[in-house]
Design a protein around this ligand. Structure first.
Ligand code: PHE
Length: 452
């Protein structure tokens, strides 16, 4: 049998896992979801979901992957051979990963277009209204949307096919800290804008009258999406962890880092929204309308916008690599396909569905199910339904069906690490995370309306 690869260093583990987690989910989706759902209360519920549901589910995925060093389906078969039903989670994960890859590539395509526009210098010198028109003109052109989506998927394909993740890993090890520094600079810049405090209040002052079932479901979905959970992505990555990797510590660092980046994105976007007199509930276009205005009023705007979109491009591609790796590992290990073939299949499916998502902003904009366009539908169903369902499955599987000894061994690295909160962590995996997910689903379906 071929030796399975392993991440060598602790830093490598954090870098790849954080590379998967930090992406458009933090910088594009988090601000727009917060805007749509009315600000502070969404942030608070989101953080609660990260702590009570996200971290326990991440540990559950880590335990399954690291204890077996196998892909999701084989791993679950090894851990609980009599519970074959759970292997369905790996198929659900693959479906979710393909849905996400499809709409994510459309947004990443917008990033590539904005990067291109920044480089050729056409990003500066416009009015607030012109930047909004620019986004609309771009997304309503079918060929432009398709072109950039394809281009992004092609780059994703080439990186995956060449198996040069190592190279990309090295680049992102170096890009991610720069992204971090840039975000801090942008935060300071936004906080100095006129009227900035309005935006800060919007983000941090919870207004509980805005809490709705839709918002709570959205906050949970966002926690899953942003932490790359519930679709076997982190399970697959954990199968490459060494036995020395500290699982609890890694999960904590990743959750903190990811949440921190999302909050920074909020601090950049909302003060600017209020300062430029724009609408916080603008939806997916929010960040694309706001950012050019921010660059525009900074000295050296050309440099800032090019640098920001390049970094965002890297943040996106480290995430799409991780979602593509789910089906590629599965196809190669379970169906003995070559890596090239598995990568090609993954890309072709993403091109087909990605095109439908790109076209849902123009020629297919009237094709709607339950009032959602194809793009919205893919985003909603994957983040808010499939990922939490997957997470529920993993928490129940680890909490109730695998040997308790394995949980202890994995969390303490065979007794080598003392985990002070071991019992509370296990209680979160067994009870709290599953109960929260079920309650939020019931609330979302309107069964718990009497609570709020
Ligand atoms: N977490 C990634 C982001 O925030 C998106 C992602 C979802 C990546 C699911 C992999 C799997 O951008």
């Amino acid at each position: 049998m071929k030796e399975r690869a392993m991440f060598a260093t602790k830093m490598g583990v954090i870098a790849v896992t954080a590379g998967s987690a930090v992406g458009l989910g933090n910088i594009w989706k988090f601000p727009y979801e917060t805007g749509v759902h009315g600000g502070g209360a969404f942030l608070l519920i989101y953080v609660a979901c990260v702590l009570l549901v996200g971290v326990p589910v991440m540990l559950a995925e880590f335990i399954i992957g690291r204890s077996t060093h196998k892909n999701a389906r084989s791993a679950m078969q090894i851990l609980a051979p009599k519970r074959k039903g759970f292997t369905a989670l790996s198929y659900m994960g693959i479906s979710a990963s393909i849905m996400i890859l499809s709409f994510y590539s459309v947004v990443a395509g917008w990033i590539v277009e904005y990067l291109f526009q920044s480089l050729i210098g056409s990003m500066s010198g416009h009015t607030v209204a012109e930047y909004s028109d620019m986004f609309i003109a771009f997304t309503s052109s079918p060929w432009r949307s398709l072109l950039w989506t394809f281009l992004f998927l092609l780059m994703n394909y080439l990186i995956l096919r060449k198996g040069i993740q190592k190279g990309i890993e090295r680049i992102s090890n170096f890009m991610m800290p720069i992204l971090f520094i840039l975000l801090i600079i942008f935060c300071i810049n936004s906080l100095l804008l006129p009227n900035a405090m309005e935006g800060v209040k919007f983000l941090f002052n919870p207004d509980f009258s805005k809490v709705t079932p839709k918002m709570v479901v959205g906050a949970m979905g966002q926690a899953f999406f942003s932490l790359s959970l519930g679709l076997t992505g982190l399970l697959t990555y954990a199968s490459y962890f060494s036995d020395k990797t500290p699982l609890v510590k890694s999960a904590t660092i990743i959750a903190i880092l990811d949440t921190f980046v999302a909050i920074m994105a909020g601090i950049i976007i909302f003060p600017a929204v209020f300062s430029f007199g724009l609408e916080p509930a603008a939806g997916p276009k929010l960040v694309f309308e706001i950012l050019p205005n921010i660059f525009q009023q900074m000295p050296g705007g050309y440099f800032w916008s090019a640098a920001f979109f390049i970094l965002l491009f890297f943040a996106s591609i480290t995430s799409t690599i991780s979602m593509s790796e789910i089906s590629i590992t599965f196809f190669t290990e379970e169906y003995k396909m070559t890596r090239n073939k598995a990568t090609a299949i993954n890309t072709i499916i993403a091109i087909v569905f990605g095109s439908l998502c790109a076209l849902s902003f123009n020629v297919l904009k009237d094709v709607k199910f339950l009032d959602l366009t194809i793009f919205d539908m893919f985003e909603y169903v994957s983040s808010n339904i499939l990922l939490p369902l997957g997470g529920l499955g993993f928490a129940l599987f680890v909490g109730w069906y695998i040997d308790k000894r394995i949980i202890h061994e994995q969390l303490t690295n065979f007794g080598e690490r003392k985990i002070t909160l071991l019992r509370p962590i296990i209680i979160c995996i067994r009870y709290i995370a599953p109960v929260c997910i079920v309650l939020i689903f019931l609330y979302g379906l309107g069964y718990l309306d009497f609570i709020l």
